[in-house]
Design a protein around this ligand. Structure first.
Ligand code: NAD
Length: 249
């Protein structure tokens, strides 16, 4: 497929997991792709690797400028870099709350702020934010993480409204539990990784984890020409977790 031929994309957190699958898919479909990541050492040609920390405004601005300079502009921003947090409101202190909000919410704000001047010059401008089923599902032991993703959801709607007349579409994907290195680390840290994995699988009506490729496919849809009439939406990629309103037996 070459439906992204000539389009220029920047994917944050694109060195691992969902971002990595997305960057690879967009490139395979003809886009020129830059990856912004804390550690882009695993990123290979033809992807352009840019080292930046989304909590550092100056490094984000520099990376976005470099991406737009090297690719000749920007049409697509995939705001995907994010980190997890576990626990109830009693388990994370103020510093943790500030840090996770800094990465998951302000990180997307900084990247969007830096990219918007370039996106305005594009005829196919789209922003896709990686949100989560946690934004709306009321998951236990995820107070801080869920609050950041609730903010990402609201931010997506507000940005969609602000930029629709400029021809810039803004949508988000809401993955369920996706089989990425992040979830691998979470399982490794569990007292019984196999039991924890089974519990995560059972939480999704399909009975399995979502793949990074499945989330990447949804992001590519929202970033690409086939979704030209879609803005201000959240696309669930969660094995039916939210839409079916099923609870584990
Ligand atoms: P991952 O840990 O495999 O990849 C995340 C990438 O983001 C890494 O390459 C990391 O280096 C980068 N990153 C982290 N902090 C950064 C920073 N400050 N600056 C720049 N880059 C940074 O994780 P993943 O599972 O692929 O998650 C990607 C996104 O998907 C996140 O926003 C996450 O909240 C969301 N998500 C994941 C799941 C899941 O189950 N895996 C479910 C719902 C939503």
């Amino acid at each position: 497929m070459s439906d992204f031929a000539g389009l220029r994309a920047l994917v944050t957190g694109g060195a691992s997991g969902i971002g990595r699958a997305t960057a690879g898919l967009l490139a395979a479909r003809g886009a020129h792709v830059a990856v912004l990541d804390l550690d882009p050492s695993a990123v290979r040609q033809p992807l352009l690797a840019l080292r930046a920390d989304v909590t550092d405004d100056a490094s984000v601005r520099t990376a976005v400028q470099e991406a737009a300079g090297a690719l000749g502009g920007l049409d697509i921003l995939v705001n995907n870099a994010g980190i997890g947090a576990q626990g109830t409101v009693e388990d994370n202190d103020d510093a943790e709350w500030r840090h996770v909000f800094d990465v998951n919410v302000l990180g997307m704000v900084r990247t969007a702020r830096a990219a918007l001047p370039y996106l305005r010059r594009s005829d196919h401008a789209a922003i896709v934010n990686t949100c989560s089923v946690a934004a709306t599902a009321g998951l236990p032991q995820r107070a801080l993480y869920s609050a950041t993703k609730g903010a990402v959801y609201s931010l997506t709607l507000a940005m969609a409204a602000d930029h629709v007349r400029e021809g810039i579409r803004v949508n988000c994907v809401n993955p369920g539990t996706a089989d990425t290195p992040w979830i691998g680390r979470l399982l490794d840290a569990a007292p019984d990784p196999a039991a924890e994995r089974a519990a995560l699988e059972a939480r999704q009506p399909t009975g399995r984890l979502v793949s990074a490729a499945e989330v990447a496919g949804a992001i590519a849809y929202l970033a690409g020409p086939l979704s030209g009439a879609t803005t201000g939406t959240a696309l669930a990629v969660d094995g039916g977790m939210q839409g079916l309103r099923l609870r584990p037996a």
